[in-house]
Design a protein around this ligand. Sequence first.
Ligand code: SAM
Length: 235
Amino acid sequence: MITDLSEEKIIQSWNKNSAPWVQSVRENRIESRVLVTNQAIVEAVVSVAREQVLDLGCGEGWLSRELIKRKLSVMGVDAVPELIEKARLSGSSRFEVMSYEDIANKKLELTFDTLVCNFSLLGKKSVEDLFQAVPELLNPGGYFIVQTIHPVFGGGTEDYTDGWRKGSWKGFAEGFTDPAPWYFRTLSSWFELFRQSGLEVIEIQEPVNPVTKMAASVIFISRVGAEFTGYEIDQ
Ligand SMILES: C[S@@+](CC[C@H](N)C(=O)[O-])C[C@H]1O[C@@H](n2cnc3c(N)ncnc32)[C@H](O)[C@@H]1O
């Protein structure tokens, strides 16, 4: 049974699996990333980004490195110290160990033009709390971009309803252990999550895997909605 400890299990699992994850990403072993989703998220960010980008749940830092090559200034944060250590060793961005819970508790006292999450939103409450913090992390006119598993094509055979799902490393190389549960959201629930956080989804992209011809992911591009009144106005 999946319990309230699921959020903790997510971080525990990434701490345990950081070494095989780094190897899989750096040796291009995840086919859908190589074929479609890596390029899709880079293009989505570059299409709106001005200068300062925050890569939330940055892992070993590949996206930050790609964005730096495109002349953006990037900071990456992740809850897993070993991943941040790898990221620091391989890129010139600023990388910090920081969880979404830390960010929700306002420990990151900076603002950015673009925030990006690439397959890094896995929990329930941790994600809801992070979304609530997003408007205040964004500079006026900024964007929040999320790439995640497509709820229709990536949800498996279970009922199409929100809820915790059992994790799996099926299709990954050897060396991965203890997959963490993840929280499934339907497409309408993702929209509602943005809306409830004062964010307006202005574009949705569905990158297609050229081999399977199915959507490999969904990308939401959002910005702070008209109803948000949280900015402090300098007098
Ligand atoms: C599938 S990996 C994606 C990493 C990276 N964005 C990429 O594209 O390679 C998910 C990442 O989310 C991070 N993560 C999950 N929950 C987190 C939380 N509550 N706070 C910070 N990072 C978290 C994990 O540590 C892991 O690095």
